[in-house]
Design a protein around this ligand. Structure first.
Ligand SMILES: *[C@@H]1O[C@H](CO)[C@@H](O)[C@H](O)[C@H]1NC(C)=O
Ligand SMILES: *[C@@H]1O[C@H](CO)[C@@H](O)[C@H](O)[C@H]1NC(C)=O
Ligand SMILES: *[C@@H]1O[C@H](CO)[C@@H](O)[C@H](O)[C@H]1NC(C)=O
Ligand SMILES: *[C@@H]1O[C@H](CO)[C@@H](O)[C@H](O)[C@H]1NC(C)=O
Length: 379
C-alpha cells in the first residue's frame, strides 16, 4: 500500500518536472494576450480586450510581437515546429484595398528594427539578403495583401514562404482544401474575417494551410515545400509575428496562437474563447449621401417634368379656349371643336368648299354619325 503511494508520488513528481520542462517547448494563447509573455515593439500593442494588434491605420509603419523565450535549435535538437494561429486583416473600408500584410516569423533576434515596412513586412530590409548578420537567418510565412512589383510573383493577395528575403521561395493564392466538399475554396485575405493558419515543419517538409474560422484543418495543405532549415536556424530562435503598412493600411490582428516543438504536443486553440476583431467599417455615410443626392435629383426632375407638362397644358387650353356665348345655353351645344370640324371637312379640303361669305370661306362637312346626321356649314 505504502509502496503504491510512493510510486504514485514519484510518478506525479516526474510528471510535474516533465510538465515544467514542457513550458519552453510549447504554449497556447486562447483567450487574449493580456497575460502573454510577449515582447512587443513598433506600433504593435495588446488591446484591453486581449487582441494583439500589430498595425492600425497609420501609413508606413510596422509592429512586432515575439514570444519572449527563444527555442533551442542547437545541433543535437530536432529541427521541427508546429503552430496554429488565427489572424485578421481588416481594411479601412469594406471592399477597399488594405496593406500590407502579416508574417509568422522565426528569427534569431527579437530586434527587427533594421527592417522596413511595405513589401518588406517589417521582417526584411533592402539589405537583408546581402548582409551576413543575424537578419539573414530568417524564416517568414507571409499573408501579403498587396502585389509588389519585383518582389512578388503573384499579382494578387497571396501567401508565401520567405527565407532570407521577401521574395518568396513558394507562394500561392489564398485558398483551402475543403474536407467536406473535396475541392479547393478561395479565401479573401481582406474580408476582415478571422483566418486560421497552420505552419507545420517536421525537419524536411514545411506545410502551410489556411482556413476560415468555422472550418477544420484541411486534409491537404495549401503549400508543401521540401526545405532543410538547418542552415537558417541558429541555436536560439524566437517565434512571433510581424506586420507592416504601406500607403495602404489595415488593422492587422492576431486573435489566438498555439505553438509547439512537436506535433503531438501542439495544444488545440479553443476558437470559442478568442477575442473578436472589430469588423470592417461599413461605408454608412457614403451609402446615405449617395441616395440623398439621387432622391433630390429625381424630385427636381419630376417637378421639372410636371411644370413643363402643366405649362404645355395651360398654353394649349388658352390657345384653343372657346368663348361660350349666352344664346348657346338656350339652344344646347351647337358647337364643334376645331378638331371635329377639321375631320368633318376632310381638313378643309378644296373639294368641300362651297363658297365665300361675309364671315369667311364656307365648307361642306360631314359630322361624325353618332353626333349629328345633318350637314352643317361652318365658318
Ligand atoms: C535598395 O537598395 C538599392 C541600392 O542599394 C537601391 O537602388 C534601391 O532603390 C533600394 N530599394 C528600396 C526599395 O529601398
Ligand atoms: C505535409 O503535407 C504532406 C502532403 O499532405 C504530408 O504528406 C506531410 O506529412 C505533411 N508534413 C507535415 C510536416 O505536416
Ligand atoms: C488544391 O490546391 C492544392 C494546393 O494549391 C493543389 O495542390 C491541389 O491540386 C488543388 N486541388 C484541387 C482539387 O483543385
Ligand atoms: C540538412 O542539412 C544538414 C547540413 O547542411 C544535414 O546535416 C542534414 O542531414 C540535412 N537534413 C535533412 C533532413 O536532409
Amino acid at each position: 500500500m505504502v509502496c503504491r503511494l510512493y510510486l504514485v508520488l514519484i510518478f506525479s513528481c516526474v510528471h510535474l518536472i516533465f510538465l515544467s520542462s514542457q513550458q519552453k517547448t510549447r504554449f497556447v494563447y486562447n483567450d487574449g494576450f493580456d497575460q502573454a509573455d510577449l515582447y512587443v515593439d513598433g506600433i504593435a500593442r495588446i488591446l484591453p480586450d486581449g487582441l494583439l494588434q500589430l498595425t492600425y491605420a497609420t501609413k508606413l509603419q510596422m509592429g512586432h510581437a515575439f514570444f519572449k523565450q527563444p527555442f533551442d535549435y542547437g545541433p543535437s535538437s530536432l529541427l521541427s515546429f508546429y503552430t496554429h494561429f488565427v489572424c485578421a486583416l481588416v481594411p479601412p473600408k469594406l471592399g477597399a484595398d488594405g496593406g500590407h500584410g502579416i508574417a509568422f516569423v522565426v528569427s534569431p533576434s527579437t530586434d527587427l528594427s533594421y527592417a522596413e515596412q511595405a513589401q518588406f513586412l517589417g521582417v526584411f530590409s533592402n539589405e537583408t539578403s546581402s548582409s551576413s548578420s543575424s537578419s539573414s537567418h530568417l524564416l517568414a510565412i507571409e499573408l501579403d495583401s498587396v502585389y509588389s512589383v519585383g518582389v512578388d510573383k503573384l499579382e494578387n493577395p497571396h501567401v508565401g514562404i520567405d527565407v532570407y528575403s521577401p521574395k518568396s521561395i513558394e507562394s500561392a493564392l489564398p485558398s483551402y482544401f475543403s474536407n467536406v466538399l473535396g475541392k479547393n475554396e478561395s479565401i479573401n485575405l481582406l474580408s476582415g474575417e478571422p483566418i486560421q493558419v497552420w505552419v507545420d515543419y517536421d525537419g524536411s517538409f514545411l506545410n502551410v494551410s489556411l482556413a476560415p474560422l468555422e472550418v477544420q484543418k484541411p486534409n491537404l495543405p495549401l503549400m508543401s515545400t521540401a526545405i532543410n532549415l538547418s542552415e537558417i536556424f541558429q541555436e536560439k530562435m524566437y517565434v512571433g509575428f510581424s506586420a507592416a503598412t504601406a500607403k495602404l493600411t489595415s488593422n492587422q490582428y492576431i486573435l489566438g496562437w498555439s505553438f509547439s516543438r512537436s506535433k503531438e504536443q501542439l495544444q488545440t486553440l479553443d476558437l470559442s474563447k478568442l477575442p473578436q476583431a472589430p469588423p470592417v467599417p461599413r461605408e454608412e455615410k457614403q451609402k446615405k449621401q449617395v441616395p440623398l443626392v439621387f432622391i433630390v435629383l429625381v424630385i427636381l426632375l419630376v417637378v421639372l417634368v410636371l411644370m413643363v407638362l402643366g405649362g404645355a397644358y395651360w398654353y394649349r387650353r388658352n390657345k384653343y379656349a372657346e368663348v361660350r356665348e349666352p344664346w348657346e345655353k338656350e339652344y344646347g351645344p351647337h358647337r364643334f371643336s376645331y378638331k371635329s370640324l377639321y375631320k368633318a371637312t376632310n381638313g378643309f379640303c378644296k373639294d368641300g368648299r362651297v363658297g365665300k361669305g361675309g364671315f369667311g370661306e364656307v365648307y361642306k362637312g360631314t359630322a361624325p354619325k353618332q353626333a349629328y346626321r345633318c350637314e352643317k356649314t361652318v365658318t
